[in-house]
Design a binder for this molecule. Structure first.
Ligand SMILES: Nc1ncnc2c1ncn2[C@@H]1O[C@H](COP(=O)(O)OP(=O)(O)OP(=O)(O)O)[C@@H](O)[C@H]1O
Length: 275
C-alpha cells in the first residue's frame, strides 16, 4: 500500500501540494484530475522523489520514501515507473534500445552504456513491444514513430523496470483521440493483467471516467474529491475546475470511439468481470 500522510510541498510562496493524505491499494487504477497548476504533477513527482518531500510522510509498505538514498533511491524510482507527456525517448536510438533502457537503474550501468544487454533482457523487451503491438517498429528510430506509438514505447520501457506502480503524468495530453485511446487501453490492460497500480494525471474528465476505478480531484494543491467516477457530480466538477468546467468535460476521446476500438466505462468492465 502506498500512503501519503499530510504531505505538503512548497516552492517559495507557492503551496503546490497542501496537506494531502491518500492511500493507494495495490492494483488500483486512479485518475488525478484538476485544472492546470492544481498540483497533480508535483504529487506524482513527490511519490517517486523527482521532487524532494517537504512536509509529511510517504510510505510504501515499510519503505519510508523520504529516507531513501543512493542505490535504494534508484531502486525505488525503478519500482515506480514514470510516463511523461512528452514520452522522453532517445530519438536517435531504435525502439528496442529505448525499451531496453528501462533496465538502467536495475541493471549494471556499464554493460548498458555499451548496449550489451543480456539475452534475457532483450527477450523481455521484445515481449513488451509485442504486447504493445509495436514489434514491427522495433528497429526503427524512435523519432520516426507517431506520438501514440512513442508513448506506447515509453510504456514498454516502463514495463522493463518491473514496476509496482506506474505514475503517468498527462500521458495523453499531446495525442489525438485515437492514439489517446490506444495509450489508455494499454495502461488499463497492464493495470488489470499485471495488477500494477496506475496513477494517472489527466486533464480531461472523460478519460478519467472511462478508464479509472477511482478519481482524485485536486484544486489549489488540496484533494477536494476522492471517489468513484459515478460520484462525480456537476457540483464536484465545478469545485475542481471552477470556471474551466466546460473545457474539462471535453468528450472527444469517448465520443469518437470507433467500432474497432471499444472503450468501455469502468462500470461496464466491472460488470463484465463479475460474469
Ligand atoms: N519546480 C518548481 N518551481 C516553482 N514552482 C513550481 C515548481 N513545480 C511546480 N510549481 C508550481 O506549483 C504549482 C503546482 O504545479 P503542478 O505542475 O504540480 O500542477 P499541475 O496540476 O500538474 O499543472 P499542469 O496540469 O499545468 O501540469 C503551480 O503553481 C506551479 O507553478
Amino acid at each position: 500500500m502506498l500512503e501519503l500522510n499530510k504531505v505538503t510541498k512548497r516552492f517559495g510562496d507557492t503551496v503546490a501540494v497542501n496537506n494531502v493524505s491518500l492511500s493507494f491499494a495495490p492494483g488500483q487504477m486512479v485518475g488525478i484530475i484538476g485544472r492546470s497548476g492544481a498540483g497533480k504533477s508535483t504529487l506524482l513527482r513527490l511519490i517517486n522523489r523527482l521532487t524532494s518531500i517537504g512536509e509529511g510522510r510517504i510510505t510504501y509498505g515499510d519503505i519510508d520514501v523520504a529516507a531513501l538514498e543512493g542505490k535504494q533511491l534508484r531502486a525505488w524510482r525503478a519500482r515506480c515507473a514514470m510516463i511523461f507527456q512528452q514520452f522522453n525517448l532517445v530519438n536517435r536510438l531504435d525502439v528496442l534500445t529505448n525499451v531496453l533502457i528501462g533496465r538502467i537503474g536495475t541493471a549494471a550501468t556499464l554493460p548498458v552504456m555499451f548496449k550489451r544487454f543480456p539475452a534475457s533482457d532483450r527477450a523481455s523487451a521484445v515481449m513488451a513491444l509485442d504486447r504493445l503491438d509495436l514489434l514491427p517498429q522495433g528497429l526503427q528510430r524512435a523519432d520516426t514513430l507517431s506520438g501514440g506509438q512513442q508513448q506506447r514505447v515509453a510504456i514498454a520501457r516502463a514495463l522493463m523496470q518491473k514496476p509496482s506502480l506506474i505514475l503517468a503524468d498527462e500521458p495523453i495530453a499531446s495525442l489525438d483521440p485515437r492514439n489517446a485511446r490506444l495509450v489508455m487501453d494499454a495502461l488499463h490492460a497492464i493495470n488489470k493483467q499485471d495488477k500494477i497500480t496506475v496513477i494517472c494525471n489527466l486533464h480531461t474528465l472523460d478519460a478519467a471516467r472511462a478508464y479509472c476505478d477511482r478519481i482524485v480531484g485536486m484544486a489549489h494543491g488540496s484533494v477536494v474529491f476522492d471517489g468513484s467516477p459515478t460520484q462525480l457530480t456537476s457540483a464536484v466538477i465545478q469545485q475542481i475546475y471552477g470556471d474551466e468546467s466546460e473545457d474539462a468535460v471535453d468528450e472527444t476521446l469517448t465520443s469518437t470511439m470507433g467500432a474497432q476500438l471499444p472503450v468501455r466505462t469502468a462500470a461496464e468492465r466491472h460488470l463484465e468481470a463479475a460474469h
